[in-house]
Write a protein that binds this ligand. Structure first.
Ligand code: S3P
Length: 438
């Protein structure tokens, strides 16, 4: 997907109430995993509602470069003919996709040929030692460039190992589990607390044995399989994309909005618990199980929110939702305090500093803390020219801030919304928001 195909600016005006019912694109975390695991499965995987977005297309392109045959029935429906991968002719380009590069590094560490994994300037600033260290513990020959990408991986023979993760990161856990598929014995991973468990669920659905410790559910042992059964799955909607619509519906006067077909995996829905604690009028209806994940609808109605304190395990369960939570906190009565969220500083951008900086342009007062922030609401935002910083979640959060500000807001560098939520502006416009793509 070329950047020029996408709107690089969004002009936002307040006043559009959000009504009705809408869907959101497929889950990004699941789409990355389906592309990678489909490519190494023994047979043809059928994947529906795949997320055709900047980050996931980068992963799919890398799998193609590694020899996977991918039939595209339409943008969201794929058949991946899996099997042995082959050496790529050029460095694999994961663009802005942190999940793409970190998970793929795990798979590449187990291949009998060398590879180079690289990405955009933005990706080149993100920490990679968190995955090179555990992969080296399994015997991988992997080198970073001053702790970042490009990553150079040599042919290696992996041994099963035990790895205790210092940070609660699903990407690190997944890199180790994916490398462990190719090891000569079982590998045990111990995470410091629960992180999203899509990799475990998908691998188990493909016939891989993963045992969870009876006393410690955060300790799991993967037994390398003979082969991976192919996938046949419909990817549910991405909760992290729904989050923008939910907060917009709660903050915009006279709104009543339902987002349908959302992945309600509890390792992802920390924001629901937090919004409930903020007195949000929010209703969740569980509908079905797809690909081992709970799916349902979420209805929100305009609410007077109150401040909340967030820390500990909840932070990991909503790690991608803090930029939009900042907007909700500004419109909530009283004090919101976020702790234990240091990881926000190493996402696509430093999401604490960047969100605080952009919201200040709209008149917000935010106290930045090393591991979070403090906001005292209710604060009235004023329309301003703000920047998306090539970070999809920043650009979308600033757009929602614009819908509840007084006056017009121009969000520049907004093409990045298509890294995870193509059609973001159109979805909001269809629900009633006043947004003009420029
Ligand atoms: C992801 C894990 C999280 C999250 C990212 C997607 C995944 O990153 O922020 O957007 O799909 O595993 P960390 O593992 O760094 O917390």
């Amino acid at each position: 997907m070329k950047r020029d195909d996408r709107h690089s600016q969004l002009l936002v005006s307040p006043g559009g109430k959000l009504l009705g019912s809408t869907t959101i694109p497929g889950d990004k975390s699941l789409s990355h995993r389906a592309a990678m695991l489909g490519a190494i499965a023994a047979g043809s995987s059928h994947i529906r509602n795949w997320l055709a977005a900047g980050d996931t297309e980068a992963t799919l392109g890398a799998m193609r470069d590694l020899g996977a045959k991918i039939e595209r029935h339409d943008a969201h429906t794929l058949t991946i003919h899996g099997g042995e991968l082959r050496e790529a002719d050029q460095p694999l380009d994961l663009k802005n996709a942190g999940t793409g590069i970190r998970l793929l590094a795990g798979i590449m560490a187990g291949q009998p040929f060398p590879s180079v994994l690289d990405g955009s300037e933005q990706l080149r600033r993100r920490p990679m030692k968190r995955i090179t260290r555990p992969l080296q513990a399994l015997g991988a020959e992997i080198e970073s460039t001053d702790g970042c990408c490009p990553l150079r991986i040599q042919r290696s023979n992996l041994q099963g190992a035990t790895y205790e993760m210092p940070v609660a990161s699903a990407q690190v856990k997944s890199a180790v589990l994916l490398a462990a598929l190719f090891a000569d014995g079982p590998t045990t991973v111990i995470q410091p607390g629960p992180t999203r468990d899509h990799t475990e669920r998908m691998l188990r659905s493909m016939g891989v044995r993963i045992d969870f410790d009876e006393e410690n559910p955060d300790k799991m042992t993967l037994h390398p399989p003979e082969k991976l059964e192919p996938l046949d799955l419909t990817i549910p909607g991405d909760f992290s994309s729904a989050a923008f619509l939910l907060v917009a519906g709660l903050l915009t006067p006279d709104s009543d909005l339902t987002v349908t077909g959302v992945n309600l995996n509890p390792t992802r829905t920390g924001l629901l618990d937090v919004l409930e604690a903020m007195d949000a009028d929010i209703r969740t209806t569980y509908r079905s199980i797809q690909a081992g994940e709970a799916i349902g609808d979420i209805q929100v109605r305009t609410s007077r929110l109150k401040g909340v304190e967030i820390g500990g395990e909840t932070v990991v369960r909503m790690i991608d939702e803090f930029p939009i939570l900042m907007v909700a906190a500004l419109r909530a009565e009283g004090e919101t305090i976020v702790r234990d969220a240091r990881e926000l500083r190493v996402k696509e951008t430093d999401r604490i500093a960047v969100m605080a900086g952009e919201l200040r342009k709209m008149g917000a007062e935010i106290e930045e803390r090393e591991d979070g922030f403090r906001i005292l609401g209710v604060q009235q935002l004023s329309g301003a020219d703000v920047d998306g910083h090539d970070d999809h979640r920043i650009a979308m959060s600033m757009t929602i801030a614009g819908t509840v500000a007084s006056g017009e807001t121009l969000v520049t560098d907004a093409a990045c919304v298509a890294d995870s939520f193509p059609g973001f502006a159109k979805t909001l416009i269809d629900c009633g928001a006043h947004i003009e793509p420029a």
